[in-house]
Design a protein around this ligand. Structure first.
Ligand code: AGP
Length: 588
């Protein structure tokens, strides 16, 4: 949630910061702002809405030499100029990603000390807290070493202090923060895309690390104020700089990258008809899959494959529930955490909970160096490349494939399934190029409500199809077990209610088809993504080839994603940055 970036250099400070900030806009786009030092004075400019609103009022020629900036996903206070970051109190100006949970009680004490607050944000309280400490200690390193014991919650902070205007200070706890190192200057940012236009050399910060940087050097301290050295890493594929490569949207670009993602995962994790070098789940009796959003829906498909091919019981939990529910950890339990960003706060907390209970943790993550990847006992990377569109596509697919590989290891069908899987890239290319989703999308675009129906693996697929449709087209869509509908929710059905069904699993499709007929009897028109040519159970079909028990369900993924994409496009929605969302949810 929220993206922060800062830069110290002799030239192009505003340009470099704004380029970095724009590449972080997927982290929140409710408002944005920048503070920079020019002629020894601090200039703060902030605007409600997407970064382009700020861009319009900025003078890129301004000779700044230090700057901090922020793009916001609102947690405290509405999206307006006043609540936008940076926030300033006394000599302290800062930007913040995260949530200060004890801000209300801190604010009370600060008001008694005479502090006045303009905004509703927890962040302005952090600025006042740091200013108050600075008045006491007059030393920023001393102040920041005290912060972990004073601020509760999660934060990544970039700070300018009036008494040291050539310097930017940084500290983090549970929210990501990296340092970018280059000959032209030094920077900090929430994520790698923000530094790639300046450098690919970076340092990943750990909790409570304190950064003191200026244009010429970077010093990092632990919270005992001891200087520490950190490994400098290199991001190896800078050519993957954040561009749409000519596609209208990052989502469409990332869907078109899925065939290559499949090929990459097959070559990385399989050899000669066998899964290789992958984590062996066979020694566990119970598996808890814990994740959020689409990652949890990939987990549901994983549950289906692991129970079917590995014969191990799997439970799938939303991380936001898992961390507060009663869990029955046994020594032969494995907790699998799934996350594209590797920074989702609830999933990270669930991971820590499992570790506290000495339970083995396996993270299936897309982003290297992310908190979840670094905290988990074991990690498998989904290698889908940087995903910018808020609505995940290629990362979800990659998560499903990794779970399939885990499930089929040593199963008698392992070779057949892997041989089948080699066909998937071409099948996907065909479904991307040869189908007219627009025609079906027109039928959905005016629907206010949609049920996405299926049974078994088709229901688990529907969960993701429904979320994709909902999050980018703003149509209220719910995935529903087709067999469950008649126990109440079918009362919602009428001729205006949209029904999309996934029907690929031959072992139960008859049952699903009877349920669809019950729905049709109430006047609803049925759209179906199916490999069933024969039966007349749908008014409109996205007819797929019949590719068997694994390829069949997997081949539904692209049609579901492109259907949602085309509906959102028809409705003129901001497909890559849907309202109220952000790509990585770093707050509870
Ligand atoms: C999916 O399109 C959404 N962006 C969202 O549901 C996402 O899957 C969820 O926030 C989990 O994110 P993660 O995979 O980065 O942990």
């Amino acid at each position: 949630m929220c993206g922060i970036v800062s830069y110290a250099s002799d030239k192009d400070v505003i340009k470099r910061i704004m380029t970095g900030l724009k590449s972080l806009e997927y982290r929140g786009y409710d408002s944005s702002g920048i503070a920079y030092i020019k002629d020894d004075n601090i200039n703060i400019i902030k605007r409600e809405g997407p970064i382009k609103n700020l861009d319009k009022v900025l003078d890129y020629e301004d000779e700044a030499y230090v700057g901090i900036a922020h793009t916001r996903w609102a947690t405290h206070g509405k999206a307006d100029d006043i609540n936008s970051h940076p926030h300033r109190q006394g000599k302290i100006t800062l930007v913040h990603n995260g949530i200060i949970e004890n801000y209300a009680e801190l604010k009370k004490e600060l008001i008694k000390k005479g502090y006045k607050f303009k905004s509703e944000t927890d962040t302005e309280v952090a600025a006042a807290t740091i200013d108050d400490l600075y008045n006491k200690y007059n030393n920023m390193l001393e102040v920041l070493s005290k912060i972990p014991s004073i601020l509760k919650g999660s934060y990544a902070l970039n700070i300018i202090c009036d008494d040291k205007i050539d310097t930017i200070y940084g500290i983090r706890k549970d929210c990501p923060l990296i340092v970018g190192l280059s000959k032209t200057g030094n920077m900090m940012a929430s994520d790698i895309p923000a530094i790639l236009h300046v450098t690919n050399k970076y340092i990943v910060l750990d909790n409570d690390d304190i950064v003191v940087l200026n244009k010429d050097n970077v010093k990092i301290y632990n919270n005992k104020k001891e200087e520490i050295t950190k490994k400098i890493k290199e991001f190896d594929n800078t050519e993957e700089v954040i561009s749409k490569n000519g596609y209208d949207h990052f989502m469409l670009k990332e869907i078109n990258e899925e065939p290559e993602v499949v090929k990459k995962l097959i070559s990385l994790y399989t050899k000669d008809g066998k899964v290789k070098d992958l984590f062996n789940i066979k020694k566990y009796k119970n598996i808890d899959i814990v994740a959020c959003g689409s990652a949890s829906f990939a987990g549901q498909i994983g549950k289906y494959f692991i129970e079917k091919y590995a014969g191990i019981r799997v439970n799938v939990y939303f991380a936001s529930e898992y961390r507060y529910q009663t869990n029955f950890f046994t020594k032969d339990t494995l907790v699998i955490l799934i996350s594209q960003s590797g920074e989702t706060a609830d999933t990270l907390a669930a991971l820590k909970l499992a570790k506290e209970n000495n339970i083995d943790t396996l993270a299936i993550v897309n982003r290297r160096d992310s908190s979840i990847a670094r905290e988990a006992k074991y990690v498998i990377y989904t290698e889908a490349g940087i995903e910018i569109a808020v609505a995940t596509t290629k990362a979800y697919l990659a998560q499903v494939l990794v779970l399939l590989f885990l499930a089929i290891q040593g199963n008698k069908k392992e070779k057949d399934i892997l041989d089948e899987l080699k066909k998937l890239p071409n099948i996907m290319i065909k479904y991307i190029n040869d189908y007219d989703y627009f025609k079906i999308a027109k039928l959905v675009k005016n629907k206010e409500h949609v049920f996405y129906l299926g049974r078994g693996i088709d229901y688990y697929l529907s969960m993701e199809g429904s979320l994709k449709l909902k999050e980018i087209s703003y149509i209220h869509s719910e995935a529903f077990q087709a067999g469950e509908l008649k126990h109440g929710s079918i009362s919602l059905i009428d001729e205006d209610f949209g029904v999309i069904s996934v029907v690929t699993d031959k072992s139960i499709s008859d049952k699903t088809i009877s349920n669809l007929k019950e729905v049709a009897a109430r006047g609803a028109k049925i759209i179906s993504i199916t490999n069933n040519k024969d039966d007349h159970f749908a008014d409109y079909k996205i007819l797929l080839e019949d590719y068997g028990e694994v390829l069949g369900p997997l081949s539904v993924i692209i049609p579901m994603q492109l259907l949602a994409y085309n509906v959102a496009k028809l409705k003129g929605c901001d497909i890559d940055k849907p309202r109220n969302l952000a790509k990585s949810v770093t707050v509870e």
